[in-house]
Design a protein around this ligand. Structure first.
Ligand code: SF4
Ligand code: SF4
Length: 466
């Protein structure tokens, strides 16, 4: 089988970087097979999810929405204000350890199957390229051809679609930060009227176009931090994509050698990161499974069993027993569970639709006015819902003589607004016997949410009041 690639991947160099540091452009061959079909289905679902999340409404807000304008983070019905951002620590650490767990068990499944970068690159940009420029040999030929009419119109069409796709992806990304209504408004009005979002969208479009049109797999190989930490997350029992050396070697033409590998290089030619999986597990491998389908297709053609290149562990490929349950699996699972449990606890306890803070007002710690002691507090209550609310304040079972000054009527609040007001607690001289702890209560509706805050009421020496 012809080898259209001029480079022979090895373990000493990165195939996609030339000796002078320039980018060696790959033209991965097309591949067919069951994993390719499954990956396309997963990609279609993931693409739908990426686009749909800002459109799906839960509790009146998008399912995932970092509302920059109102400083709120909406996550599947949960609304976090800046005061709740500590919850993100548990969310991110829980997700991080879940990813560690999955990686330790299943290798780079995320990279090859679900990562947005891989999905956009493989299932949009490379697909457009195949449609316009043709298969791998045709693309290679076109790249080497002089600038004739065919090359010019194909390049103009391809890059035009690339720019349009990058523009759309940039706006999908922005829809996670700017409401769809605002985004639509920005797109229809003069860009200079909303220069910041316009500049962000333009910058993102340029970056995405540059990445997907030119930089491509270099991002996974050189820049992605997740790719960099693979070697510490995996071990000899992690599922990877590997070549069965015992079965494949010695490689060579069918009938001339004993090994099953006929050295057709089909697995190399389909690889989107330009490696030869027969050299063993390499950091450039994103686990896309293209080489599995490619080799299976060859094995069927030469009448040998599939699976010369397959999903397996290093131990499995070496003919040893594979251990699924091992200490690091339990460790990552435990840490992921801890993060999730802490997140659930934090969310149910603190990240509620309303949050508040009560602080003592600046100035003297208390006031006396001839027959009463007063303590002044500052209340800040946040309505995180996307609907109006009312709130009332009172003291829970106050001792005799203690009162919350002011009206007890429900106070209205706008959707996603803050209410800042003083709370003045008064106690008659005769009832003040020294510092006492009181409970201030806010009751917010809708939702009948009760917020409690213990405050300390202080005053002068009671004897001096007699
Ligand atoms: S070696 Fe195989 S699984 Fe790894 S990136 Fe290349 S084609 Fe994909
Ligand atoms: S591993 Fe399979 S696809 Fe790769 S060169 Fe050998 S026979 Fe061909």
């Amino acid at each position: 089988m012809a080898n259209p690639s001029k480079k022979s991947p090895n373990l000493e160099t990165v195939t996609t970087i030339n000796d002078d540091g320039s980018h060696y452009v790959l033209h991965p061959a097309d591949v067919r097979g069951k994993f390719t079909v499954m990956r396309r289905l997963v990609a279609a679902v993931m693409l739908f999810v990426y686009v749909a999340l800002p459109w799906i409404q839960i509790n009146g807000n998008p399912a995932v929405f970092l509302d920059v304008a109102h400083r709120r983070f909406h996550l599947f019905g949960l609304t976090l204000a800046p005061q709740d951002l500590w919850v993100l620590f548990f969310l991110i650490s829980g997700l991080g350890f879940t990813l560690f767990f999955v990686t330790s068990l299943l290798g780079r499944l995320w990279c090859g199957w679900a990562c947005p970068y891989t999905i956009f690159l493989e299932h949009i940009f490379r697909r457009v390229e195949r449609l316009i420029d043709g298969d791998a040999p045709a693309r290679r030929k076109l790249a080497a051809a002089p600038w004739n009419f065919e090359k010019i119109w194909k390049r103009v069409l391809k890059h035009g679609i690339y720019i349009l796709s990058a523009f759309l992806i940039a706006h999908i990304f922005l829809s996670y930060f700017v409401s769809l209504k605002s985004l639509y408004g920005y797109m229809r009005e003069n860009p200079l009227a909303h220069f910041t979002p316009f500049a962000v969208a333009a910058f993102l479009t340029v970056v995405l176009y540059g990445c997907f049109a030119f930089f491509r797999e270099q991002f996974c190989i050189i820049m992605c931090p997740y790719g960099r930490i693979q070697s510490v997350l995996t071990d000899d029992d992690t599922m990877i994509i590997g070549y069965d050396e015992k079965r494949g070697e010695p490689r060579g033409a069918k009938g001339k050698v004993e090994g099953d590998c006929i050295d057709c290089r089909r697995c190399v030619n389909v690889c989107p990161t330009g490696i030869d999986i027969r050299n063993g597990l390499q950091i450039e491998c994103i686990g896309c499974s293209a080489c599995v389908d490619a080799c299976d297709e060859i094995m069927v053609k030469v009448g040998r069993p599939k699976g010369l290149v397959r999903y397996d562990s290093l131990n499995g490929l070496a003919g040893l027993k594979r251990r699924i349950l091992r200490p690091r699996i339990f460790l990552y699972l435990g840490l992921a569970g801890l993060g999730t449990a802490a997140l659930i606890g934090a969310v149910t306890q603190r990240a509620r639709p309303y949050t508040w803070s009560v602080t003592r007002m600046q100035g003297p710690p208390y006031y006396t006015d001839g027959n009463a002691v007063r303590n002044h507090y500052q209340v800040l209550l946040i309505n995180k819902r996307n609907q109006p609310a009312t709130v009332t304040f009172d003291l829970v079972n106050p001792p005799a003589g203690f009162n919350l000054s002011g009206e007890n009527e429900p106070l209205p609040m706008e959707p996603k607004s803050e209410l800042e007001r003083p709370a003045i607690i008064v106690c008659d001289y005769g009832n003040f016997t020294g510092p006492v702890e009181l409970q201030l209560r806010a009751t917010a509706n809708p939702g009948n949410t009760t917020l409690l805050q213990t405050i300390r009421f202080i005053g002068p020496n009671p004897n001096s009041l007699k």
